[in-house]
Design a protein around this ligand. Sequence first.
Ligand code: GDC
Length: 333
Amino acid sequence: MAKKNILICGAGGFIGGHLVNHLLKDKSNNLICADIKPKEYWFQIYEENKNFSLDLKEYENCLEVTKNIDYVLNMACNMGGMGFIENNKAECMLSVLINTNLLRAGLKNKIKKYFYSSSACAYNASKQNETFIKGLKESDAYPAMPEDGYGWEKLFSERMCRHFQEDFNLETRVVRYHNIYGPLGTYNGGREKAPAALCRKIIDAKINKKKEIDVWGDGEQTRSFLYIEDCIRGTMNVFNSNHSDVFNVGSEEQVSINQMIGIIEEIAGYKVNKNYQLDKPKGVRGRSSDNTFIKSKINWEPNYSLREGLKLTYDWIHSEMTNGTNISKFTKS
Ligand code: GDC
């Protein structure tokens, strides 16, 4: 059987790395991996793949890496948690060049299908002003009022995919990720999201016998978080489906940040006082996913509870912080 040539963009990142790891299990896949980071900074790298460190904002680079490619999965963008996206709006918006040039190059090189990773930040902010809101349905992105900067780029790029499909017959698939977390991701340095940041802070408090951690906001803001393995399965299910609609890939298990801290404290066996920092980036007041549409069309829903996913994440961050060794197994079985 002819091998499928699959390009993974952002392969050195958190989700991209896990996707590569997953796709490698199918020996009929020939993987081409691209990321702007120098290879020594990729979260996961596999020598059997073709690995390129290059800037996909440049059209010439997109043309080069999409040659002879059948499928493109684009996970590449300049992003992070609230601390990064609230303070780097122009940088976030420049990722529009990655998606635009990959689509143009993919069309020129006659790829068969294109996947775009959008975000829950594409949703209308005015529908996220309360805690414990009803889950966001895909239609709640309109009328458009997404997260400033990052969210506008995501919503615009979603529509670009739609129009490349409608006008140029390029098959596209798009999902909106809802705060994906897990091992082998960023847990410090400023780009980390709340699950990793709060695991790190509690581990640090426990190791150094500190009584208090900093928490951004009042801790009552709500979110849902999706474990990386569920994210990869949802991604591939949508990619392999015949549906070009935009789908939520998220969890419906909505918690406040204080509740999540409570779960992490139980995992750690260590309790902390919370120093609420009201001037730090907070984002929307409440956000969660409504999975009705993806369940009905794709038959996907998450397998991991937040507690199960946080335990695996906590253990990995703990091992990184204490002896720097990677745990190779991240599944619950
Ligand atoms: O960063 P994040 O996980 O992103 O923050 C969730 C909530 O947790 C925010 O209200 C934040 O203020 C609070 N929080 C409390 N303490 C901390 O130490 C901390 N660090 C962080 N990072 N947050 C803390 C994300 C985007 C992503 C992506 C997803 C999609 O927004 O940052 O890029 O697109 O959304 O759902 P969040 O959930 O606001």
